[in-house]
Write a protein that binds this ligand. Structure first.
Ligand code: GLV
Ligand code: MN
Ligand code: MN
Length: 405
């Protein structure tokens, strides 16, 4: 099956026809369809299919237990109304790269595996990279069991409903010990490659990033009869905090986004009792991230005091800076040595990835494929087919260089 055919088969799964975006949330029907697609790709190639204790899917060429495997892959879940490429490009390119290596009659000296990590985006339960975090021991079983979606469904309930055992989840050091190197191909989520004019790049680092929940509690009251002076309106404080986030981000050189909000009781003619906003913030270094987070919280507390609103801030997740190991990254650079010795660009990213989580346990690296607009986490996310094919060739070269020597 060609890259084009795989892409065509995956395209309708979990796609909202009105928005054109993807709603492939962990442990939903759309997710199950994507996972069935993955298994079918593994089976049709005669690969050994494994489902690990955390719901990550693996497709093996060679003996999984032999050790020192070269693993590639990414994720198939999406953010709300996500694009087609974030995650799936890495998975589809992995199968296509394996096909390419078979066409080259490559002889493998190490096992090779393709992986689909569960719940990378955290769109449903609020925490990103749940599958890889659990596997790497960066998320406790107890904390995972407490994860709850917007409808009050817990992760164990959702996993059980999808036919998985939520009580078997947890660290998987034996599985990680089989992996000698993990290389994740991903669509670029910025325009660096468009600016350099290269179809493919290599990741240098992932910015430190996290998610903070801001609970603004005021007093529900009548929108028509409550005097302005008597109001304790948490929506007002929330709005001021959104503006403060933008200002602090500009001042520090970080990014800060309130992209999700919930309001209680959410009535058009009532002052809210609770506004809950989620802040996502990232920066090139920890010091800058600390500065922006402190600045936003300080401003929010001042606004809250002024309006008689109570504020609780909870850090829901945090991922420290990831500097991909130079040995593997340089190896990729040597394998991909650009034409006429023009080096392949090496670039950092503000987006989080399973490769970043795993980098604390095993050697990891990433390849990026050009995104001409830089748009991501949106239905408008795009990569040209020629660039996707260049990505497959690059990934095949890397896998051949690592696994066939
Ligand atoms: C994942 O894509 C993230 O960076 O939020
Ligand atoms: Mn993403
Ligand atoms: Mn992704």
């Amino acid at each position: 099956m060609t890259f084009h055919e795989m892409w065509r088969d995956l395209a309708p799964l979990g796609r909202d026809t009105a928005s054109g975006g993807y709603r492939r949330y962990a442990w939903t029907g759309a997710d199950a369809d994507c996972r069935a697609w993955f298994k079918q790709q593994a089976d049709s190639r005669g690969l050994t299919y494994e489902l690990d204790r955390n719901g990550n899917q693996w497709a093996w060429l060679g003996d999984p237990a032999a050790g020192d495997a070269v693993v590639t892959g990414s994720h198939l879940d999406s953010v709300p109304d996500g694009g087609a490429y974030d995650g799936p490009l890495g998975v589809v390119s992995s199968f296509a790269a394996l096909d390419e290596l078979r066409a080259r009659e490559a002889v493998f000296s190490r096992p090779l595996a393709i992986v689909n990590f569960a719940d990378e985006e955290g769109a449903r339960f609020g925490l990103a990279c749940v599958g890889s975090r659990l596997t790497a021991g960066q998320l406790t079983i107890e904390a995972a069991h407490r994860l709850t979606d917007g409808e009050g469904v817990t992760l164990p309930q959702a996993m059980e409903a999808a036919g998985y055992d939520p009580y078997g989840i947890g660290p998987d050091p034996e599985r990680l010990a089989r992996v000698g190197a993990f290389v994740e191909l991903h669509v670029e989520q910025g325009r660096a490659l468009d600016l350099t004019g290269d179809p493919v790049g290599i990741a240098s680092a992932i910015w430190p990033h996290g998610r903070w929940r801001y609970d603004f509690r005021g007093e529900a009251n009548h929108a028509g009869t409550t005097r302005i002076a008597d109001r304790r309106d948490p929506m007002l404080t929330y709005a001021e905090t959104v503006i403060a986030a933008r200002r602090e981000a500009e001042l520090t050189g970080a990014v800060a986004t309130f992209g999700k909000v919930s309001v209680e009781p959410n009535g058009v003619n009532a002052i809210p009792s609770l506004v809950r906003g989620w802040l996502d913030s990232r920066a090139a270094d920890q010091e800058t991230l600390d500065a922006v987070i402190t600045g936003i919280e300080k401003a929010a507390r001042a606004y809250a005091d002024r309006h008689g609103v109570d504020l609780d801030v909870v850090r829901e997740s945090f991922t420290p800076v990831v500097e991909f190991g130079h040995a593997l990254r340089d190896e990729l650079g040597a394998i991909l040595r650009g034409e006429a010795d023009r080096p392949v660009p090496v670039l950092g990213t503000g987006a989080g990835h399973d490769a970043g989580i795993l980098s604390a346990s095993i050697p990891t690296a990433m390849l990026f494929v050009r995104n001409p607009t830089g748009v991501s986490h949106s239905p408008a996310e795009f990569a040209a087919e020629d660039d996707c094919v260049a990505g497959v060739t690059a990934l095949a070269d890397v896998l051949e260089g690592l696994a066939c020597r």
